[in-house]
Design a protein. Structure first.
Length: 163
């Protein structure tokens, strides 16, 4: 049985939060699992192409979903990104899937944690008894990729990078 492990790490610096997550292979994994990890990471970058002042929040969401689904994968609906600042989870919530509304207009100075979570199978997830561990309902593999970004007058700035 192949395994992937995701790590979600937050850091506090001078009173401000930062959040990042990555998924790594445990041992040998299939080509499909390798593809899942790469697609999940790239979906973040596809989304932040729209993370510019004057654009709307849900343009990021739509870009992530469109990219992920073009590879036949699905985007988790029950968990999403978030605003971040002096607290880890602030408004706005940032879905990784298309919304009917455009969402708020992005402005310089906003800090956002964009975090696609992508499944090989269906998008449904459930929580284990510890109320922390999340697994796919159908037992398929899942990957997670997250960075904290700053909206600027130009391109977004990455504030958290895990290698």
């Amino acid at each position: 049985m192949e395994s992937l492990i995701s790590l979600d790490a937050g850091v506090i610096y001078k009173g401000y939060q930062s959040d990042a997550a990555r998924t790594w292979a445990v041992g040998e994994i299939s080509e499909e699992a390798k593809k899942l990890i790469k697609v999940t990471e790239q979906s973040f970058y596809e989304g932040i192409k729209f993370a510019k002042a004057g654009n709307h929040l849900h343009e990021i969401s739509a870009a992530i979903q469109d990219y992920v689904e073009s590879f036949g994968f699905s985007v988790v609906r029950d968990l999403m990104g978030h605003g971040i600042g002096s607290a880890m989870h602030e408004e706005p919530q940032i879905p990784n899937f298309r919304q009917k509304r455009r969402g708020i207009k992005l402005e310089p100075g906003m800090t956002l944690a964009i975090e696609p979570m992508v499944n090989v199978g269906r998008y449904d997830v459930c929580w284990e008894d510890d109320d922390w561990t999340v697994v796919t309902d159908d037992g398929s593999l899942s990957a997670h990729y997250e960075n904290t970004i700053l909206i600027t007058d130009g391109e977004p700035e990455l504030l958290s990078i895990l290698k």
